[in-house]
Ligand binder design. Sequence first.
Ligand code: SAH
Length: 464
Amino acid sequence: MQHFPIFMNLAGRRVVVSGGGECAVAKLRLILKTEAHVTVFSAEPESQVITWAAEGRLTLVHRALGPGDALCAALFYAANDEDAEDQRVAALARADGALVNIVDNLGDSQFITPAIVDRDPVTVAIGTEGAAPVLARAIKRDLEERLPARLGLLARIGKAFRHAAEALPFGEKRRDFWADYYFDAGPRALEDGEEAVEPALRSLLDTHLNRDAREGFVEFVGAGPGDPDLLTLKARKALDRAEVVIHDRLVTKEVLELARREAVLVDAGKEGFGKSMSQEEINRLIVEHAGAGHHVVRLKSGDPTVFGRLDEEIEACDAANVTWSIVPGITAASAAVAGIGQSLTKRERNSSVRVLTGHDMKGFAEQDWRSLAGPGEVAAIYMGKRSARFVQGRLLMHGADPATPVTVVENASRPDQRTLATTLAELEPTLTGAGLSGPAIILFGLAPRRAAEVAQDIQREIAL
Ligand code: SAH
């Protein structure tokens, strides 16, 4: 980040603009939203500038800017639409000690003006460091549509009520109150007119003051396979509101970034110095945080109900009388088949699909290999990297066709997704040879739709 976004108090400060043409007018429209004292230097100002001057909204000086004209200015804009003149006045303003912006000249500017969504006092500033103005405009348009036009009004009324709201203890209780106001009680009251908002705030405060101590609860949330776009809306909402997020090792940082800024993040899958947390420790942690009245999100990769040791955690909650619920997620198998353009089930090929693990707590996991070895069978094998040789051996031993397609998908849905297209006969040593380091799932009985190309890609990568 080269430019650090801040909100500057311009009330009563001096802002100087050199230029009175179209580009100055565009900037002035923004600056005049503030309470700054604005002075414009221009020998030939547009009529709009003259009107603003006549209305007393700015001071107009009918000449070009000279030395000392930008003294005491907090900000200075060179907006002459003419490079040489902009450079000249920028040098003068810098000498006068002002922070200088040359319109449409990022390199020579000391600050830049973001795209702004104005719901005063709520202001959203969008910047792309000059890299993608189109993107900034698109985001602005999106936000303009999304943020109710009357949000500013709610915020202004809310601001006047801040003092009264201090009757609620700082922290969660007060946050809950404000969330209720902005997203529920406030907008509803506004429908009956502006005068209805303040009484609504008073009765809302009463309700919150009388509320019993809040009980904590746990949401077991599926974080999906890694791509944050594959989170459900419900998962997004849970992350938005969570006070404590206890997550697995496989949950990506892109997903964790969506957790509320104030949330406490606990990495339950920490590797490195120590080994990962034991299941008992995780259970204890979940129950402890919920017991302290917190909203706990237990974030598990993929879907929490698939090889997630969910039941043990639920039992711990039940034993401690902690309320819980489950938010499903996209499991690795779904992401992996999507990645290779295949279906998990297909008419006349397989009417059932097996979700199995090659490795469980006791070691290699036995399955009904005989039925899986039949023609057209499909299985998604989780945690299969370590047990690939065992699975391969068992299936061949039970008569599976050595030419059965097998596809390994590593880092499904992530930017570094890799696909290894092979056959049962060649699964090992191909898999070991590929040296995969990310989470990988083995799709038995499925080949990628574009098998040849993908296989070539991988071969090339292995060769490198
Ligand atoms: N609950 C998870 C599975 C947890 S078990 C889910 O529903 O996806 C962990 C195993 O899931 C890994 O060993 C790997 O086999 C698989 N896995 C998880 N994320 C993956 C990803 N992005 N790509 C491929 N496999 C993944």
